[in-house]
Each structure stands twice: as C-alpha cells, then as structure tokens.
Write a protein that binds this ligand. Sequence first.
Ligand code: ATP
Ligand code: MG
Length: 505
Amino acid sequence: MMGGQPMGGPAFRRGARANGRVFDPAVASRLWSYMRPHKLRVIWVAVLVAMTAATQVVGPILLKIAIDEFLLARHDLMGLTFISGAFAFTLLVSWTTQAHQSYTMALVAQDVLTQIRGELFEKINRLSLSYHDRHESGVTMSRIVNDVAVFQELLTQGVVHVVADLLLLVGIIATMLVMSPKLALDSLAVLPIMVLATIFFTKRARQAFLKTRETIGEVAAGFQESVSGVRVVQAFAREEVSQDRFERINRGNRNANLFAQALGNAYPPVVELMAMLATAIVLWIGTNAVISGEITVGVVVAFLTYVTRFFQPIRELSMVYSLFQQAMAAGDKIFELIDHPIEVDDRPGARAMPPIVGRVEFDHVDFGYTDVPVLKDVSFAAEPGQTIALVGPTGAGKTSIASLLARFYDIRGGRIRVDGVDIRDVTMASLRRQMGLVPQDPFLFSGTIADNIRFGCPEASDEEVVQAARLANAHDFIESVARTTHRASDSSSPSLARFSPVHAF
Ligand SMILES: Nc1ncnc2c1ncn2[C@@H]1O[C@H](COP(=O)(O)OP(=O)(O)OP(=O)(O)O)[C@@H](O)[C@H]1O
Ligand SMILES: [Mg+2]
C-alpha cells in the first residue's frame, strides 16, 4: 500500500519554477521573521555595504583632487603623497568591509537555513500519510534540497548585492551630476542602450538557464529511475530502450547547456562595447570641455573611472533579478509545506492510551482515501488472544483496515475502539507504541541491525534484541553475516555489527 508511488519521473522536473514575481511581500516578511533574531548582524552588514559603496565612489574623487589641486594647480608633493595614502586607505577599507560583510551575511544565512531545514524535516515526519500519498517523495525532496539551496543563494548573495549595487549606482550618478551635469548626462546616454541590452539578454538567459535545470533534472530522474528499476529493466530485457531514452535526455541537456553558454558568452562583449562607447564620449566631449575651460582635467579622469565602474552593478542587478524570482517561488513552496495542516492529529486534550489488553472493534466504519469509498459500513470485533486473518482479493481493503487501526488515516463514519476506547480520543504515539506492525515492504535505516530491530523500542536490551531476531528466524543469518563482517572490520560486538542494509537483503 505504501511506497507504491512511481518515483522520479516528473518529480525532479518540478523544482521551484519562477512564477514571475520578483518580490513577494508574504515570502519576504516570513523570511524576515527568521532573520529577526539576527537583527544586529543584519544592521552591521548594511553598514558595511554602505561603507564599501562609499569607498568605491570616493576613489575617483581623490583622483580628481590629486590631478586638479596638487598636480596641475601647484606641484605639491606632500599633498600628492597624502592623496596616494588616502587612495590606498580606501582600497584597504573596501577590501576589509567586503570580506567582513560576506562573512557576517553567511553567518546569518546559515543559521536561517539550518532552522528552515530543521522545520521542514520535522514537518515531513509529522505530516499524515494522506499527505505523503498525494505528494511524490521526489517533489518533497526537491523542496528540501533545491528550494532551500535557492534560498541560500538569495541570502548569501542576492540581498547584499541588490543593496550594494543600488547604492553604488546612486552614488556614482550623484557624484557625476555634481562634478559636471552636462558631461554626466552625455556619458549616461549609453545607459538606456545598456539597460535594454541587459533586459534582452537576461530574459533569454533566464529561459536558457531554466532549460538547463529542467534537462539536468531529467538526467537525474533518468538515472534514478533506472537505478531503482534496474531489476524490472533487466527482467524484461529493456536495457536498449532504456538506453535510447536516456541518450535522448542526455543530448537534450548537452544542447541546453551549450546554448546557455553561447548566450552567456555573448553578453560581456556587449557590456564592453558600451563601456568603450561611454569612455569615447567622455574623452571626446570631456577634452573639448577642458579646452573651452568648462571643466578641469581631474573631472575627465574621474569620469573615465566612473563610466567603467558603472556597468558592473547593472550586470549584477540583472542576475540578481532572476535569483529573486526563483527565490520567491521557492519560498512560496517551502513555507506552504511548513504551514501545511496536519490532517490526522491528536485532538486537543487527548489522553494517553492505557495499557492495551487487545479487544479491537470496528463499528460501522466508513472510509476512503479519496472520494471513492474503500470500506463501507464495516463492523467486526477481535477478542484478546484471538488470531485473525483478513482474506480477500487484492484491493479489498485488508491493508487499509490495518492502517486504520494504527490511525494512519481518519475514518469518515463509525468508530474504531481498542479496549472500548475510541482511538481518536487518545494520543497517536501512546496508541502506536503498543502495537506491532510488519509492513509489506520493510525499510531498513542506516546503522546496525540491532538499531533497526530496536527502532520502535529503543530501550530494549541486547538480550531482547537477540530474542526478537530468534523469533523472526533471522538470528542465525545475522550471526553468519556478522561473523564475516567481524573478521573484516574487527568490530567488538559481532552480533550487533554494523553493516550496510544492502548486504542484508
Ligand atoms: N494510499 C492510497 N491512496 C488511494 N487509494 C488507495 C491507497 N491505498 C489503497 N488504496 C485503494 O484502496 C483500496 C483498498 O486497498 P488495500 O491496500 O487496503 O487493499 P488490500 O486488500 O490490502 O489489497 P492487497 O491484497 O493487494 O494488499 C484499493 O482500491 C486501493 O486502490
Ligand atoms: Mg495489502
């Protein structure tokens, strides 16, 4: 009944897909609630970012003063030395603040991500089976792995870049306008072209990037399907068909990557061209203005530096734009999972199940996984000590009855009582702890055999574990495997040896 879902397949392809929104207030405020405990650090990062931007704006101003005041007006060596020192100092400050801001932001980001991952894990453990029935495990995995990774990128790179780049742009434009409004407007004339080119490339690059992610998801799903389905593939001699299908997927990923790379390589030359054009404008109009005495040589030199520093933030902003889109979509899905209501839960004030004697009673039970009824008006009673076998054709509802008794699902009508107690009146943990359940498809966790036998009862002694293994007719087999493992690894406790579940079955 459980675990029969087709794995892989479209699951990997359905990662967080950008839904177009660059800023989602709900996601942002939720994210902020995780960052609030680190408020002081965040403020410190903001201060450092502002300082970094300031040092980048100040550099060319120092250059202008050096040329205009100390080189051309009067040959002041002391002044020049001082300015050079100040220049070196801004570089030092810039380097320190950048390193510090990255580190501090990483601290905040890692704490936030650890917390989110922890909450997701807890939620997945607690969500009712009805949730896991409806959601492929691949999709749930992708929430934890891919979507959280996008969040990590947003926190460590995205947020800081947006603030830093905007500050830098505003700082540069403002300084240029103050130094020479006319030259500023002339050299900024290339800006609209630059912005249009960036939008053009960003849009296509985003599509190309999505395509590479989709196709690498298909490659992963292809691998996963054939690894987990290798028995079936070999049993039906479908290796070649499987291979052909994988080759098609594999080629798709190759083509998508090549296209994305070609696009990525085409963009930097355009930026370079714009930077050169802006430089030419500054040189041409600037030198003319110097000759006619409107501006000084220092202003032209400062402008030459600014126009080259100008394009980096624009380029980064365009990249951060798509990161924000992805992160908003990822956040939507992550928080939706964290907030997902638990369908089968302890009711308020549920008490602990008293020690079970063993009278089980189904009283006019109605049940269905979906709208389709599976059990209709089922009534029976099993007395303590009785051995009951449920017999029926496949799909009759035998497994469902066992699942209902452990309250993996809630019934639609009627009552299920154990020792006369409605199982919805007691806590699920206290009920299930007193039940034994052998699922149709066993699952082994990593760890020792003993850990696995102890799974439902961690306090069991070594003797009890061995006793359980004897009862299940597994003891001799475990001993023989453990002995060989013991010889190889020299483990101190042969019967509790650690070996991989793969070897066991
Ligand atoms: N998780 C599920 N979601 C939706 N429908 C389900 C689910 N599990 C079982 N069903 C449906 O409920 C009905 C009863 O299934 P159940 O697994 O209880 O039958 P069963 O008697 O145990 O069959 P089998 O002999 O094959 O183990 C079937 O029609 C099945 O398709
Ligand atoms: Mg069954």
